[in-house]
Design a protein around this ligand. Structure first.
Ligand code: DI6
Ligand code: FE
Length: 409
């Protein structure tokens, strides 16, 4: 694209982490970035800017040496819910396990009770500050799952709230239907009947209302089997919806291999994935969720080296949810992915940008600083991009730019 005609904005006195190379940051020190109509139109070294660029820029932003990265992408969250599970945290610290609490009717099902009791506005009001917190740490695209309604009416209520959140803040919100998250109490001992409801009623209703672009399942001994997962995936495919999977979080159910066979966009968690199965994941993105690993005190780590060696793209995400990962900072999760899972800081940044975009099927739109992609930028007060994953607990974000517009945070 050309800078020879007037364009909206030019960003100077900055360093760019473009993420456009296969490895590393794709760094351009003393870079320049031009934006027009919400899209990036030029990226490069300031010294290589064509001479007419300065005159044609309607606005010039000088950043005093700050770094620009692609806006962060949080590709796996359960951000919409009511109430909290701090009591359960206390119980776990007292010795109860997540599985024990879930089997005793706590866990996910306790949040289901709270969500069913909350009306749509209450659910929206409780969820909005969480989305604002993600945005304040640099997130410009987020995936949010349903899965705490577990009946037609309440799943639709959640998905409507998810849609409203995207209209309320300058964050692109992608909705995923997770009806097969847990067995609702009214279907006790009848999991196949519940899956029939998901397949025959929920998926068609949600597809008809265009309330979700993907379908997810919690494939786990305390949730749904690979066979039940496959039934849900077949319904999703029949309705033109993408699929993704919570796989191998607590046990090795071989869900990831099934998901890859069903052309899933991503397989998520993977702590218990057998490294021997990694070659079968070709085409999928592996989404690592170190917040849940940390918060549940897990010890078995995902096979990062095997994933890396096989060339499976690795994304990282908050998995924000009230029970296993109540974390609202994707940079903190980047830090955890390095400290707990031995990613490099460059892999962590790629995991929170370009590979997370791929986990949502959005890799041609966002995730790198490339001409033609959306001008979704995070601007950081850091001296080198490794600092993003090195620090935690603070917030080096200076500002966020969404489709070319500076956001008021
Ligand atoms: N795995 C998780 O870590 C979350 N959901 C899932 O399938 C937990 C959700 C919760 O405990 O509320
Ligand atoms: Fe999750």
């Amino acid at each position: 694209m050309t800078l020879s005609k007037p364009f909206d904005s030019l960003w100077l006195d900055t360093n760019l982490a473009t993420l456009t190379e296969e490895r590393g940051y794709g760094a351009i020190e003393d870079g320049a970035l031009a934006v027009d109509k919400g899209r990036i139109i030029w990226v490069g070294a300031a010294g290589a800017l064509p001479p007419e660029a300065m005159a044609n820029a309607k606005t010039i932003h000088r950043l005093g040496g700050a770094w620009i990265t692609p806006g962060l992408v949080d590709c796996h969250t359960h951000l919409v819910y009511a109430g909290n599970r701090a009591r359960e945290f206390e119980m776990r610290l007292g010795g109860a396990s997540y599985e024990e609490i879930a089997r005793a009717g706590g866990g996910i099902v306790s949040t289901v009770r709270a969500v069913r009791e909350a009306d749509e506005d209450t659910l929206f009001q409780q969820s909005l500050p969480r989305l604002a917190a993600l945005l304040a740490c640099g997130v410009t695209t987020v995936e949010i799952k349903s899965g705490y309604g577990l009946d037609v009416e309440n799943e639709i209520k959640m998905l409507k709230v998810i849609r409203r959140l995207g209209q309320a803040l300058p964050v692109d919100v992608r909705a995923t239907f997770l009806g097969a998250h847990a067995l609702p109490p009214e279907f006790k001992n009848r999991p196949d009947d519940y899956i029939a409801l998901v397949v025959e009623k929920m998926v068609p209703a949600i597809a008809a209302r265009k309330l979700a672009s993907a379908v997810d399942v919690f494939c786990e001994t305390i949730a749904f089997s690979p066979e039940q997962t496959e039934r849900v995936f077949r319904a999703a495919a029949a309705h033109g919806l993408a699929v993704k999977l919570h796989a191998e979080q607590l046990s090795d159910s071989k869900g990831a291999v099934l998901a890859a066979r069903c052309n899933a966009l991503s397989v998520d968690h993977l702590e218990c994935l057998d490294p021997a199965d990694v070659p079968l994941l070709k085409g999928c993105t592996a989404v690592l969720l170190p917040g849940a690993f940390y918060f549940l005190h897990e010890t078995r780590k995902p096979p990062v080296r095997a994933l890396r060696d096989a060339g499976v793209p690795i994304a990282v995400s908050t998995d924000h949810n009230p029970g296993t990962s109540p974390c609202l900072s994707l940079p903190t999760i980047m830090n955890m992915s390095c400290v707990l899972f031995e990613l490099t800081p460059a892999e962590a940044l790629a995991g929170a940008t370009k590979h997370a975009a791929r986990a949502l099927g959005l890799e041609s739109e966002i995730g790198t600083l490339s001409p033609g992609k959306a001008a979704d930028l995070a601007i950081w007060n850091i001296a080198s991009p490794a600092e993003l994953a090195c620090q935690f607990g603070g917030n080096p974000l200076r500002t966020v730019v969404k489709e070319g517009c500076i956001c008021n945070l």
